[in-house]
Write a protein that binds this ligand. Structure first.
Ligand code: DI6
Ligand code: FE
Length: 411
């Protein structure tokens, strides 16, 4: 197909800077063949071979905006139950850590997740997935981490893999066995790591269920020494790592993750300039999660200026989870990253496309560029800033997934 008469935010680097920006084409066209973008350029410079209407059916987009399809690079969309009651408790003054220490929090979602089988986990995740797809998302990262025992952790990853079979989306799975210590190992995190978490990681890897390994490095979860033991195994298995770090305090998780060349370090509200330097050196992406910041009434802002100064790529994601970020809108996430974290709308869009791809180790998507997968979003807007500007409004016209229109355009 040939998409024409469109504005295009190609998301690329301009010759004079090393930073990604909109790189707009105000009157552009995109040629797609066999699921790939084969040409991008000005509407008045379309090469003859793409004017073959048989091979490249033409679609006049009437001035609509084309961007790369969006990517949600940090979610916990697979889980049992919800935590609305806890939300109420927090509004009545109970703290997140207090609830966690009292056996609520992550551990309460574990009970509901263990009670569900793979198909039930898949079924309850689909409405959350569909909410993201409806806003132009084509890749979703899905973590385990609410089983905290062998069978349920594997079931969570199996359910995540199954999403691809039933919806037009790519799924990247992440093993997050080191999310919390389950009740049966209360007060014994080291035993849990050695007797359950690590053996389960090996089993999940053997079953081809793991694209990355993650952990929660925090006072209420695991320290750097415990996370390091899990990361050592991930390295042995040749699996990249990422880390929930410096979310509620600074205990050195960011530097640990950077020392392992982590794909990303996520949350990072309490990260400092030295952490930013370590991430710049390791090439790790800072994944900003404004939904958790908002829900936890956090006030400590991530070091955005230090990330800009040291050239640390910033991505934005929903962190969709039942406890700290019951958020299923990537567009609201982009808005929040602007209003709460002072990102520019350009940084927000770059953060939900090319930088999000990088946080998942993907280099075949996240830009409108020849050679990339034809994963595109088409919007009823005239300027990309509109995608972060409005709250609770979805201007998506169509999503192209692997070169095929999901809604409107007949290929
Ligand atoms: N940090 C978070 O905010 C979530 N996980 C994590 O490591 C919380 C997950 C939950 O409360 O269910
Ligand atoms: Fe998370």
């Amino acid at each position: 197909m040939l998409l024409g008469n469109a504005k295009i935010a190609t998301i690329d680097k301009t010759s004079d800077t090393d930073r990604f920006s909109y790189c707009m084409r105000n009157s552009g066209a995109v040629a797609i063949d066999a699921g790939k973008i084969v040409w991008v350029g000005d509407a008045d410079a379309i090469p003859a071979k793409y004017k073959d209407r048989e091979k490249f059916p033409y679609h006049d987009l009437e001035g609509r905006l084309i961007t790369p399809a969006l990517i949600d690079c940090h979610t916990h969309v697979v889980h049992g139950g919800n935590r609305a009651v806890e939300f109420e408790m927090r509004l009545e003054g109970a703290g997140y850590e207090e609830i966690a220490r009292a056996g609520g929090g992550i551990v309460s979602t574990v009970t509901a997740t263990r009670d569900a089988d793979v198909d039930q986990l898949l079924k309850s995740a689909l409405p959350r997935v569909e909410s993201l797809l409806a806003e132009g998302v084509s890749v979703i990262e899905v973590k385990s981490g609410y089983g905290l025992d062998r069978e349920t952790e594997l079931n969570m990853l199996r359910a995540a893999r199954k999403i691809e079979d039933v919806r037009p989306v790519r799924i990247k799975t992440t093993f997050l066995g080191a999310h919390a210590t389950p009740a049966e190992f209360k007060g014994q995190p080291d035993r849990y790591i050695d007797e359950v978490c690590i053996p389960t990681l090996r089993a999940a890897h053997a079953e081809g269920l793991v694209d990355a390994v993650d952990g929660f490095c925090e006072g209420i979860a695991f320290d750097t020494e415990q996370i390091k033991r899990v990361f050592d195994v991930a390295c042995d298995l040749g699996i990249p790592v990422k880390l929930h770090a410096e979310q509620l305090s600074n205990i050195g998780g960011t530097k640990l993750a950077a020392s392992f060349g982590a794909l990303s370090v996520d949350h990072v509200e309490y990260a400092d300039e030295e952490d930013a330097k370590a991430m710049a050196k390791s090439g790790s992406v800072a994944v900003l999660l404004p939904g958790a910041f908002y829900t936890l009434h956090e006030t400590q802002l991530p070091p955005i200026e230090a990330f800009r100064k040291h050239g640390v790529p910033m991505a934005v994601a929903t962190d969709c989870n039942p406890g700290t970020s019951p958020l299923m809108s990537i567009l609201l996430t982009m808005n929040m990253s602007c209003t709460l974290f002072r990102l520019t709308p350009e940084e927000a869009l770059v953060g939900a496309t090319v930088h999000a791809a990088r946080a998942l180790g993907l280099n075949d998507t996240g830009q409108v560029k020849a050679g990339m997968r034809a994963d595109l979003a088409i919007w009823d807007v005239t300027h990309p800033a509109e995608l972060s500007y409005r709250i609770g409004f979805n201007p998506l016209f169509d999503r192209i997934f692997g070169g095929v229109s999901v809604e409107k355009l007949v290929s």
